[in-house]
Design a protein around this ligand. Structure first.
Ligand code: SAH
Length: 364
């Protein structure tokens, strides 16, 4: 992988030192049963606790009124809730960007997007990111650490508590590379979609990756019904390598083969995310190359005029050319939509979430 990636490996810390162990909101129901059994509690208590943690999105044990006070006390140290530090509301479209503090003080951003078809939450899977894509703000300060299942879930639960509204869709498209935090993200999906929790349909969950080939293949083998989105952004190896370090590790050919394997194993289509950057990847020839990759896979293409990030200096392709690019794809039999960008005015759009601390000038 890229130098950036390798340099950061030694700094990786996948644990969350601030969370008291055990982390009950990261446990499956059978694990909770074992845990409570060891405390000498009857089995049915696990179901009650699980429901408080995942269906009712309880913040504290005090809310768990059908549990005996003694038990509430004993589990208190294992239950953490995200602390809401800030909510920014877009004046343009009502999108809400949340800043949450995790138990060890790390800050994480999540976004609530209100579409006609329901509420979507975009969650972060890591604090920062080590993938180094040149157009993305999340990677500017590298990776601090990966998030635990409970910490990813809490972003959704805290938003549910705040708005009282049902969340129907979840996209793992915030800060971080979800497949660089594979086990935790997988467990997050399990807890999010299971019957005893919010029970969000797997089909309404999207995981977006910059293209970690072995993990895509592994994910295919899980046979989930989630949507896999590939952040492609370029349709030749040379172009992709110029903006995405991961492309130096995995050639497009390998990536496309992994996508084909995913489609074959799961029966689900993949989506290609393609940010249009002025003068970089937005010519007719680029559209033609992209159609050659998308067509055989039956992949849907999401076009996103690149969102401004102060540090990158990249400019979005102008509207007329975006439409022409879309038309070119469609004329070649590729389904392409132009993503409506919500929350741009609060830096809540794709690639605008950043790893930060409260002393950053942009923080508060
Ligand atoms: N690491 C994962 C998920 C997070 S990024 C991934 O790479 O897919 C979510 C999406 O936003 C990705 O498609 C990413 O490439 C895109 N993105 C990043 N920066 C962007 C920007 N400045 N403008 C538009 N999209 C951007």
């Amino acid at each position: 992988m890229s130098e950036n990636h390798d340099e950061n490996v030694k700094n990786e810390n996948t644990g969350s030192p601030g969370i008291l162990s055990p982390d009950l909101r990261s446990m499956t129901l059978p694990e909770l049963q074992d845990f409570l059994q060891e405390l000498g509690e009857p089995k049915f208590r696990a179901g009650q606790l699980f429901s408080w943690l995942h269906e009712k999105c309880a913040r504290t044990p005090e809310e768990m009124t059908n549990l005996p006070a003694s038990l509430r006390q004993r589990v208190a140290d294992g239950i953490f809730a995200a602390e809401t530090v800030q909510v920014q509301v877009s004046a343009e479209d009502g999108t809400r960007k949340y800043l949450f503090r995790m138990p060890d003080g790390e800050l994480v951003e999540s976004v609530l997007l209100r579409y006609h078809h329901g509420n979507t939450v975009c969650v972060s899977s890591q604090v920062g990111c080590r993938m180094g894509c040149s157009f993305c703000a999340s990677t500017l300060k590298g990776l601090s650490r990966s998030l635990r299942p409970s910490e990813i879930l809490e972003q959704i639960y805290a938003i549910t508590r705040d708005t009282g509204e049902r969340i129907s869709n979840v996209v793992v498209m915030g800060m971080g590379e979800p497949l660089d935090n594979y086990e935790n993200v997988l467990r997050f999906i399990e807890l999010l979609t299971c019957e005893g929790g919010l029970h969000i349909s797997q089909r309404n969950v999207t995981v977006s990756t910059c293209g970690l080939v072995p993990e895509i293949r592994k994910l295919a083998g899980e046979h989930l019904q989630i949507t896999l989105a590939i952040s492609l952004h370029a349709a030749t190896d040379a172009q992709r390598q110029a903006i995405m370090p991961i492309a130096k590790r995995y050639a497009l050919k390998e990536l496309m083969e992994a996508c084909a394997f995913y489609v074959e194993e799961t029966g689900r289509r993949v989506t290609f995310e393609y940010s249009l950057i002025r003068g970089v990847n937005d010519t007719e020839e680029d559209a033609q190359n992209l159609s050659k990759l998308a067509k055989p896979l039956g992949a849907h293409v999401n076009l996103i005029p690149v969102n401004p990030v102060r540090e990158t200096g990249m400019q979005p392709t102008e509207r007329g050319q975006v439409l022409a690019f879309q038309k070119k794809l469609e004329s070649r039999g590729v389904n392409a939509t132009i993503r409506r960008e919500l929350g741009r005015d609060i830096d809540g759009a794709c690639g605008q979430l950043r790893n930060r601390n409260l002393t950053d000038e942009t923080a508060l």
